[in-house]
Design a protein. Structure first.
Length: 139
């Protein structure tokens, strides 16, 4: 089975990579997504898929990696019953956070939704870009 990759945005003053790490092996729900395109991306996630954890608004940088441990289910914070959540657990923190500025400078990443649809909170990342970004975060 092929693994898929995504990027998930969170405002660090609402939910940070450190809070995600403290949630431990049981992980935590990724909920509160109210954009239909982002919700569709949540529904595509499978157990074992990996996601970059991106601090939005404050920092604007990829700070770590999480793994999907529970596939899409009804989001308990959504009173309408239309939106879903997934459960993710902390995997790793980037040695060097990858700033949006650095991502924009890399021509090989210019096609990413992070640049083209900057307000989208959950987006797929192709495997080539995943490798490039991981390498950037390790240097």
């Amino acid at each position: 089975m092929t693994k898929s990759y995504f990027l998930m945005k969170s405002e660090p003053d609402v939910w940070s990579i450190d809070q995600q790490k403290r949630a431990g092996a049981k992980g935590s729900p990724w909920d509160g997504v109210r954009n239909y395109q982002a919700a569709k991306n949540l529904k595509k996630m499978k157990k074992g898929d990996q996601c970059f954890f991106y601090h939005s608004n404050i920092g604007k940088e990829i700070v770590g990696v999480v793994e999907v441990i529970k596939e899409a289910y009804l989001d308990k914070t959504d009173k309408t019953g239309r939106f879903v959540a997934v459960t993710v657990k902390f995997l790793d923190k980037m040695k060097k956070p990858i700033s949006l500025e650095d991502i924009k400078k890399n021509k090989q990443l210019s096609h990413l939704a992070l640049i083209k649809q900057s307000r989208l909170s959950v987006m797929p990342i192709d495997s080539k870009s995943w490798k490039i970004l991981n390498k950037m975060g390790k240097s």
